[in-house]
Design a protein around this ligand. Structure first.
Ligand SMILES: Cc1cc2nc3c(=O)[nH]c(=O)nc-3n(C[C@H](O)[C@H](O)[C@H](O)COP(=O)(O)OP(=O)(O)OC[C@H]3O[C@@H](n4cnc5c(N)ncnc54)[C@H](O)[C@@H]3O)c2cc1C
Length: 542
């Protein structure tokens, strides 16, 4: 039985559109459809919406933890937000901005922090290397020039006339070699990029650590673009978190959707897509209940969840089934959530407490080794850590004077073959997750010796826990599939299927597995919604 959270929503068993999954992209598509007057229902298997965006009192009462995503920059800077931001604010969305977005600490007690204060950032970078401060200025200038042309490119479908136009406009403004400069950047590894520009190992690591947020260790081709964009977008704009938790964007999206007549069915596990005459005409829930869709079905699902499970492979061509089988997932994430009596006492100084993210790599070599160990099935001896200090930005997430830490471990194996340190014997995540969390805390203690003594509560999410909560996080892959070049841009998710269509007429895909990929930017959901309601929608839907 569908349990709608809104009585105002369009209820019944037939809608124009059925959206499977209430991740950020499924909700974005639904909002666009409902705003254009289409009847739409979003069906979510969990008891709460949002997929990989969820805030809960996970450890102790009063301590609000972002279970998964916490950095909302992609959402705040998205075309979706540009169009619907005012509405979302009216529906309760509130950001908590930080002007000190990210930093790195190093074993010798040094620290580099990037803030929106360019002079202060250059001082910190310059303390590592005067030449690097000059190079930083040059790159920041270049970012300022290319960003107005690059971001529109990332906000269009690929390939498309709009993308060609964005490249053309960029070339007119920046010179005809700009597409070549861009191609060179896109093909570089993060090591090639940072070593080309910076001489100090610390500044190199500061920038390259962003690659580890995706599946780009320093030597993976294609890994330079994200660190470049994240480094300088954060340098100029800071970082935004959600006030009270990342859930603010989900709550506001649901409220906006309901206000426009859309419905949300929670605890509604979709068992199959109903296909008649090779066309998607609705869905069947695990309970056996059927819901019809006049326009079609939007699946906010990763290919291996949608095809083979919800759409029988017999409905697909052998080539398409091979493409689904070959779809590659990235190594897993591992989360340690801590309720704290205080922020870590960083050896590098109390000022570190002000930064939203503290990266512990520490160096390129460590990041590369950790990645290599994880893809080889080993628990990394010294994984890369992203230590988020959300309560430094938004104290409302914990009781007065108390804090939460959001620790993302990059990366770990989905299936454990052994331990690179030779200490943890367990090869099931059920048994390994707590000892591995102990290792993570010991690594933080190397930079903040009082961390363990300040822990009031902890909750660990292993790769298995991530997938159990959200089937899209296959093997704990937080990215909805590898972002390596063979599976990115005009190749995501598969060559020939990059515009949210599928081989089944009336069945569309959005989400992290589709362009522009992972993150809370709502990009695929917005682009798909626009195409479904646009002038060319009937052509597109065929
Ligand atoms: C640990 C972690 C940390 C992250 N940190 C950040 C960050 O700080 N900033 C950032 O920008 N991004 C971050 N990301 C990535 C980002 O959160 C995701 O890429 C994004 O939220 C995925 O959105 P989506 O639209 O693909 O849908 P998903 O979030 O995958 O949601 C899909 C929904 O579909 C539901 N579903 C699946 N199968 C069915 C079914 N059969 N029937 C009904 N419902 C179904 C699922 O339960 C889920 O709710 C993080 C991800 C993780 C896991």
């Amino acid at each position: 039985m569908i349990s709608p959270i809104s009585k105002r929503g369009v209820m019944g068993s037939t809608y124009d559109w059925v959206v499977v999954g209430s991740g950020i992209n499924g909700l974005a598509t639904a909002v666009v459809l409902a705003s254009a007057g289409r009847s739409v229902i979003v069906l979510e298997r969990n008891a709460a919406p949002g997929g990989a965006v969820r805030t809960e009192e996970l450890t102790l009462p009063g301590f609000r933890h972002d279970l998964f995503a916490t950095n909302l920059n992609l959402f705040a800077g998205s075309p979706f937000f540009a169009e619907y931001g005012d509405d979302l604010v009216r529906h309760g969305l509130a950001f908590a901005p930080s002007d000190k977005p990210f930093s790195s600490v190093f074993p010798d007690g040094r620290f580099v922090g990037v803030s929106t204060d360019m002079a202060a950032t250059l001082d910190m970078v310059g303390a590592m290397s005067v030449a690097d401060a000059e190079a930083w200025t040059g790159l920041a200038d270049w970012f300022g020039e290319v960003a107005p042309h690059l971001f529109p490119l990332l906000g269009t479908t690929l390939p498309s006339v709009q993308a060609a136009r964005a490249l053309f406009d960029g070339s007119r403004a920046l010179g005809w070699t700009w597409p070549l400069d861009l191609a060179r950047l896109v093909m570089q590894s993060s090591r090639e990029f940072v070593e080309e520009h910076f001489e100090s190992r610390e500044v190199q690591a500061l920038c390259a650590s962003w690659g580890m947020h995706l599946d780009f260790p320093p030597d993976a081709p294609g890994g330079a673009l994200f660190p470049f964009l994240e480094t300088f977008a954060s340098n100029f704009n800071g970082m935004v978190l959600g006030l009270g938790g990342a859930n603010t964007i989900i709550d506001a999206l649901v409220s906006l959707l309901e206000s426009r007549g859309g419905a949300l069915g929670l605890s509604s596990d979709v068992a199959s897509i109903t296909i008649e005459d090779d066309r998607a005409v609705g869905v069947e829930l695990a309970t056996g209940e059927r819901i019809s869709a006049r326009g079609g079905v939007v699946a906010n699902l990763t290919p291996k969840v949608l095809f083979g499970r919800l759409v029988p492979s017999a409905n697909l061509t052998p080539r398409f089934n091979r493409q689904v089988a070959a779809y590659r997932h990235a190594p897993a994430a591992f989360m340690v959530h801590l309720a704290m009596s205080g922020l870590p006492g960083w050896s590098a100084g109390d000022e570190v407490k002000d930064w939203a993210y503290v990266h512990i790599g520490p160096y390129l070599e460590d990041m590369g080794l950790a990645y290599q160990q994880a893809v080889g099935g080993l628990l990394p001896e010294r994984p890369t850590l992203v230590v988020g200090q959300p309560t430094a930005v938004d104290p409302s997430r914990a009781p007065e004077g108390k804090h939460v830490l959001w620790v993302q471990v990059r990366v770990v194996p989905s299936t454990i073959r052994g331990d690179a340190a030779g200490e943890i014997a367990a090869t099931s995540w059920g048994d390994a997750k707590e000892p591995y969390a102990d290792r993570v805390i010991e690594l933080i203690e190397e930079h903040a010796p009082d961390v363990a003594s300040k822990i009031l509560g902890r909750h660990v999410l292993s790769p298995e826990d991530l997938e159990a909560y959200n089937p899209n996080l296959i093997g704990g892959d937080s990215l909805g599939g590898s972002h390596h070049p063979m599976q990115f841009a005009g190749l995501r998710p598969f060559p020939g299927w990059t515009k949210y269509r599928t081989p089944i007429e009336g069945l569309f895909m959005c989400g992290a597995s589709t362009w522009p990929g992972a993150g809370v930017g709502a990009g695929s959901g917005y682009l798909l919604g626009k195409r479904l309601v646009g002038k060319r929608s009937s052509l597109f839907c065929r």
